[in-house]
Design a protein. Structure first.
Length: 745
């Protein structure tokens, strides 16, 4: 790689050395010198609208805007002269000409950039005596409000909506002192409702429908955790008062997503206080589920499970969750395998992580793609999926890569997805033909009909001209086709990296922690005696090498008597695979951990009220394999984490003579066990504790070169849109309130 040219220059008599092309405003940050700014925003195009960043440059006649000035060799910059101070005062006086100065009631009060700037650099009086132009506040949507007099016309909102989101829903209307920001549908918005414009607004001009006038920023605690909606793992900072979440954003720009959050991450937290939350354990009495004490619920669940276990071997099915933490998933499979001696454990699989890891084998350590690497990729081949809707942060990273450093995007899809607008080449294939296209590209085998053949040929030569391609694919590619993806990637020059896109917040965590009928934690094969032995030693119990049932098989078996009991943790399989019928088919016992009375919970014998991801500690793994910490932000009286529920039940089972109780006091203890037991999880704990994303370096021993094959249809996407979130989405009232949500479900 060519060495980067550096330039040396001075800011306030201090020497600074930065890569050629660096803006003075960025160079100043390196020596902790503040150059005030409003319109400048890293990652967005330069606007030079606010003139707050003026600096003096030796040999230049006038003050210069540091946000557009590129540092050059020998340049001498001053940021604190009297002339600059005067200029800043003047600019702030102009910005306040029409400003209502309603800080005491403004949502932004206390965290407003204008307030801070005036405090630090502004004049103590104004020369303007003219009457201010007043405009009423406008409601642009249930989620976005605009207060024109507070607007300082920095155009950050317009740019983030256009450049960052590729939505272009905001523009500028009128001229001069009458200039205002206008929404795309005259008086209202029709957009992705991401709230990025609200978040990026330096003042209280754009405010959130769910947060406005609720509290003051200094009355809240701030808890950073991970969004619970999709598999991208965005960090979100929850603003909490009295154990209630009032706002979600990521204003400290930390985490893999910087300031990005989609509509679900920003507004999808109100399910936590939905009136239908289950807050007490329920036990079926007759045909009714009635509230009971914790003691009774745990005793009943343990007794029923024990009775089934004693009467019929291997006849309980365990269905795990895509939203519970890594630690909970690990304990759940341990309960199934050790206490009940069964491999009948699975979860709704939405991406073929096992297939990808198996196909890569030892190479997995180097070939998996983190979210940052995705952004930095020179070229991305996206096969299937619609990231704008299903994986919004992945879409954001790709758009940012295209915009910032010319990332080339190649797409194979049967739908005209929105990212097509950013693609260098888009190959449209017939419905369901993504896998065939990949096979054809990798091996030349199979039949592709129509114009797609020519387009694929052109795509093949375009890819061959790229190096370091990132291949990102959805649930359209599973089983043996994943091996074709690797074959295709291996034929390309440079290093190819891979990411498969799942749904919900922890699908990779469920797979990697062994919530699978044929794999132990770390994707270790059940048939591999050495792997089995090491877990047997750790858990002090024999593990069956016979693979168990998948989710659809378990539901079917519960319907026809092949299984006598189902234990469902944080999942709603009966909404997808059919009910158990009146009297719950032939299943004698159904135990459920849930937040709401879902289709599955309604058919249970015992329902334990479960805490959400925002109400617990632990870790989750995003779709790119990065492990991140969850922190407890809210408290819902009556609900307990799945970690607690599994512990409670394990103690009851032990009391009744079945298995050994879990003696972990905290989720961190489980994580330590996972680290000890599963190769590849020796991630940096300091990083995790400070909120960093740590990629797990799992490599899977291949069984010869056999592809990991799964039955067609077993891996299926959640089909979520930008406004839906599986069963949980039904309870996100703020999101449900926007018309776009109704149109796109
Ligand atoms: S909410 Fe998002 S999509 Fe809508 S106008 Fe604001 S930035 Fe654009
Ligand atoms: S609404 Fe906010 S972000 Fe948009 S131009 Fe006005 S001050 Fe800037
Ligand atoms: S992209 Fe996914 S993880 Fe990120 S905020 Fe949206 S739903 Fe949450
Ligand atoms: S920050 Fe430089 S002109 Fe606005």
């Amino acid at each position: 790689m060519a060495e980067q040219k550096l330039v040396t220059f001075k800011i306030d008599d201090r020497e600074v050395r930065v890569p050629a092309g660096t803006l003075v405003i960025e160079a100043a940050k390196q020596i902790a010198t503040e150059v005030p700014s409003f319109c400048y925003y890293p990652g967005l195009s330069l606007q030079a609208a606010c003139r707050m960043c003026l600096v003096e440059v030796e040999k230049m006649p006038k003050l210069q805007t540091a946000c557009t000035l590129v540092a050059s060799e020998g340049m001498v910059v001053k940021t604190q002269t009297d002339q600059i101070k005067q200029a800043r005062k003047g600019m702030l006086e102009f910005l306040l000409t029409n400003h209502p100065l309603d800080c005491p009631v403004c949502d932004k009060g206390g965290e407003c950039e204008l307030q801070d700037m005036v405090f630090r650099y502004g004049a103590d009086s104004s020369r303007f005596v003219e009457e201010k132009i007043h405009r009423p506040e406008e409601k642009w949507s249930e989620l976005v409000y605009y207060d024109a007099p507070r607007c300082i016309l920095c155009f950050r909102c317009v740019r983030v909506c256009d450049e960052g989101m590729d939505v272009k829903a905001l523009g500028v209307g009128m001229r001069g002192a009458n200039s205002v920001i206008i929404p795309n549908r005259e008086d209202h918005l029709e957009c992705e409702e991401c709230g990025m414009c609200i978040d990026i607004c330096p003042v209280g001009a754009l405010t959130s429908g769910t947060y406005r006038y609720k509290t003051r920023p200094w009355e809240m605690q701030y808890v950073s955790t991970i969004c619970t909606h999709c598999s991208n793992g965005c960090k979100t900072t929850l603003s909490v008062r009295n154990h209630e979440i009032l706002r979600a954003n990521n204003r400290d720009l930390s985490g893999i997503n910087g300031d990005f959050l989609c509509v679900k991450g920003r507004f999808g937290f109100d399910f936590t206080k939905h009136p239908e939350r289950i807050k007490q354990p329920l036990v079926r009495k007759g045909d009714k589920l009635l509230p009971v004490s914790w003691e009774e619920a745990a005793r009943t669940a343990a007794a029923k499970l024990k009775a089934v276990q004693n009467a019929h071997a291997n006849s309980i099915g365990f269905i795990g969750s895509n939203r519970t933490s890594n630690e909970e998933n690990y304990l759940f499979q341990r309960l199934a395998r050790v206490t009940f001696g069964t491999n009948n454990i699975d979860h709704h699989r939405t991406a073929d992580y096992t297939g990808l890891l198996t196909a890569l084998g030892e190479n997995a350590k180097d070939c998996l793609l983190t979210m940052e690497q995705l952004y930095n990729s020179k070229a991305v081949l996206l096969i299937g999926n619609d990231p704008t809707n299903q994986n919004p942060f992945v879409a954001w990273q790709i758009r940012a890569g295209v915009r910032h450093h010319g990332l080339k995007l190649f797409i194979i899809n049967s739908r005209d997805i929105k990212l097509k607008r950013k693609a260098s080449q888009f190959v449209k294939v017939a419905a369901g033909q993504e896998a065939a296209a990949v096979r054809w590209l990798a091996t030349g085998e199979g039949q592709i009909v129509g114009p797609a053949v020519d387009h694929l040929t052109a795509l093949k030569s375009a890819l061959a001209a790229e190096s370091d391609v990132a291949i990102v694919f959805g649930a359209e590619l599973t089983g043996s086709v994943v091996s074709s993806v690797i074959a295709l990637g291996s034929s390309l020059p440079g290093k190819t990296r891979y990411m498969t896109l799942g749904d919900y917040s922890n699908p990779r965590g469920a797979a990697a922690r062994g919530v699978l009928p044929d794999r132990l934690p770390g994707y270790a094969q059940l048939g591999d005696a050495k792997s089995r032995e090491s877990f047997e030693q750790l858990w002090g119990s024999k593990i069956s090498e016979k693979p168990g049932m998948t989710v659809p098989e378990m539901v079917e078996a519960a319907q026809n008597g092949g299984l006598k009991a189902l234990y469902v943790m944080g999942a709603n399989p009966l909404a997808h695979y059919g009910t158990l019928g009146y009297g719950r088919g032939k299943a004698e016992v159904v135990i459920v951990h849930e937040m709401f009375m879902t289709e599955t919970a309604k058919q249970a014998d015992v329902v334990f009220p479960a805490a959400s991801a925002y109400e617990k500690e632990g870790t989750v793994t995003n779709t790119s394999g990065e492990i991140q910490p969850l922190h407890k932000a809210a408290e819902v009286m009556g609900a307990r984490s799945d970690f607690d529920l599994l512990r409670i039940l394990s103690h009851q089972l032990e009391k009744q003579g079945l298995g050994k109780a879990f003696h972990f006091r905290h989720a961190a203890g489980v994580f330590e066990e996972i680290q000890r037991a599963v190769p590849g999880y020796d991630v940096e704990l300091t990083g995790l504790l400070t909120g960093a994303a740590e990629p797990a370096q799992i490599a899977v021993k291949k069984n010869g070169h056999a592809a990991y094959d799964v039955p067609v249809g077993l891996i299926r996407p959640a089909q979520d849109s930008l406004f839906t979130s599986g069963t949980l989405g039904r309870y996100c009232q703020a999101i449900e309130s926007v018309p776009e949500a109704q149109a796109k479900t």
